[in-house]
Write a protein that binds this ligand. Structure first.
Ligand code: MG
Length: 202
C-alpha cells in the first residue's frame, strides 16, 4: 500500500512538473508590451492651454494657407467627433458639420515639446537594455514599451504599470492616454484602440 502511494505520489509530481513546465516554456517566449496612445493629442493640448475651449468642439487643422479654411483636419476633440468631424477630412467640410467649432492651426513645434516630455516619462517605464530597444516611439503621440523583465510576464503587474503611466501623465501634463497590453506589439496596439475614443488619430 505504501509502495503504491509513493509511486502514485511520484507520478503525480512528475505529471505536475511536466504540466507546469510546458506553460513556463511557452511563456518564456512571451513578451509583455504596452502601447500608449495619447487621446486627441493636439486638441487636448489646445484645451489644456486655453480652458475656455472646454466643452466646445475643437478642430486642429493643417492649413494650406490658400484660403481661410483650406486644409485638412489633423485632430479634433470628442465634441467635434460627435458632430461627425474626422481626421483627414477637409476643414471646410468640418465647418459645415460643426459650424460652432473652434478651428485652430497645428502648432507642431509646441506639440513636439510636449511629446518629448511624455516620451521621457514612457521611456522610464520600459525595461532597461543596452541597445535601448525596449522603447520605441512610433509617432508624436504613440509609443511601444516592453516591460517583460519588469513584470516577469505578470499581466496584472503590467495592468498596474499601465495605470501608473496614465496617472503620471495626467498629473504632470494634464493629458489623458489609452494604454493597451499584449504579448506583442500588434495585440497591444489593438488593445489600446479598443478603449481609445480617437482611434488611431493624433
Ligand atoms: Mg492618439
Amino acid at each position: 500500500m505504501n509502495t503504491i502511494y509513493r509511486d502514485s505520489s511520484l507520478n503525480r509530481r512528475r505529471m505536475r512538473d511536466n504540466y507546469t513546465n510546458l506553460p513556463s516554456l511557452f511563456f518564456s517566449m512571451q513578451r509583455v508590451v504596452l502601447h500608449v496612445d495619447m487621446d486627441y493629442f493636439y486638441a487636448a493640448i489646445e484645451e489644456r492651454e486655453n480652458p475656455e475651449l472646454q466643452g466646445k468642439a475643437v478642430v486642429v487643422c493643417m492649413l494650406s494657407g490658400r484660403s481661410e479654411l483650406s486644409g485638412a483636419v489633423s485632430t479634433c476633440n470628442y465634441v467635434a467627433r460627435e458632430a461627425g468631424v474626422r481626421a483627414g477630412m477637409p476643414c471646410s467640410r468640418a465647418k459645415k458639420l460643426s459650424p460652432d467649432a473652434v478651428f485652430l492651426p497645428v502648432r507642431k513645434d509646441f506639440y513636439t515639446s510636449v511629446s518629448d516630455r511624455i516620451m521621457e516619462i514612457l521611456r522610464s517605464y520600459a525595461d532597461v537594455r543596452e541597445n535601448g530597444d525596449a522603447f520605441e516611439q512610433i509617432s508624436i503621440d504613440e509609443a511601444f514599451l516592453e516591460i517583460t523583465e519588469k513584470t516577469g510576464w505578470d499581466f496584472s503587474l503590467a495592468f498596474d504599470i499601465g495605470n501608473q503611466i496614465k496617472k503620471e501623465i495626467k498629473e504632470r501634463e494634464k493629458l489623458t492616454c489609452s494604454v493597451g497590453i499584449g504579448p506583442n506589439k500588434l495585440i497591444a496596439k489593438m488593445a489600446s484602440s479598443v478603449k481609445n475614443p480617437t482611434g488611431s488619430q493624433s
